[in-house]
Design a protein around this ligand. Sequence first.
Ligand SMILES: C[S@@+](CC[C@H](N)C(=O)[O-])C[C@H]1O[C@@H](n2cnc3c(N)ncnc32)[C@H](O)[C@@H]1O
Length: 357
Amino acid sequence: MSHSPMPSSPAAMERGAYNRNSSVQESGSAPALPLFESAARAVDLPAPPAPIVIADYGASQGHNSFGPMAAAIRALRERTAPEQAISIVHTDLPGNDFSALFQALASDPQSYLRADPYTFASAVGRSFYEQLLPAASVTLGWSSWAVQWLSRAPAAIPDHVQVACSRDAAVKEQYLRQAAEDWRMFLRQRGRELRSGGRLVILTMALTDQGDFGYRPVLAALYGALQTLVDAGFLKAEELHRMAVPTVGRGKSQLLAPFQDGRFEGLEIEQAEVFLEPDAIWERYERDGDASAFAARWAGFCRASVMPTLALALDGASGAGREAEFLDRVEHGMARILAEKPEKSVIPLASISLRKR
Ligand SMILES: C[S@@+](CC[C@H](N)C(=O)[O-])C[C@H]1O[C@@H](n2cnc3c(N)ncnc32)[C@H](O)[C@@H]1O
């Protein structure tokens, strides 16, 4: 198989689409917010006039970072002079829609720039599997819903687009190895960037104690919609075979594995927890009974988060028209399947708080 390159940003293809379709991620990050606020209260601060640097790893189009950044700024301002500069660096892959991010910083009512004149925003377009910022320069780090994206798809998945739904043991093993390697690499780079006494809070997709990745009805609808497109002759079987979403959930033992001696790359675990996020889309359906709205919300979630990555596997000469039609048809196909039998999804997440010695 041709190994997929590093995924282009899932949100890169449709302007602002992620900011409009990521309420699942926004509410899923809420349990990590108190950890980030505690980190901001406890972190060792650089002496003024040196700026306090906050790095946001995997920011996408920015909206979902504004709450966490504002909470950290408020907590820091209880400890600093009002004019000590806070530098917030949003990072993502080079293909990310950084224009949407800068526009949101300027005009989103929740933008933290409105509240604090000595806070400055910037961005880095480079993979977080590399060192992004100078050694020992970062005071606080935040990463939500991002480190589940692997640096590459290590193998084709013969029977699905999400490895968690595959029955192929050899392929699952390759993804497991890649996930362990990438997790160590992510931590290694953050260990370099964080100052001594710095803190990093991560929210990521996880596995339940039983090893379940979750999202079963949604993933079944996604694959079902893709197969329908093959049956209809719109999608070639080879194109479907090339499609993979290189994301993984990691269980608590996988997340803790690098810290065998209590420390890894100078980082120590302050707190680590796997929890189940309530399925807010399902809860809304239980209240209003609107199956079409339920289906449209989950299909919109997939369109903004994973479908652009699948579209990268379309034949090179497909052109923008076919890509747009692909996104529309998968979204509508998913919505049709999901509306027939609405089901609740399991949403396993992990929150981890780390401290640099
Ligand atoms: C689901 S979005 C999360 C956005 C936001 N943090 C949130 O909580 O909603 C995942 C983001 O991680 C980014 N990402 C994936 N792999 C990455 C990598 N290797 N380096 C930097 N960013 C990456 C994607 O481009 C995407 O914008």
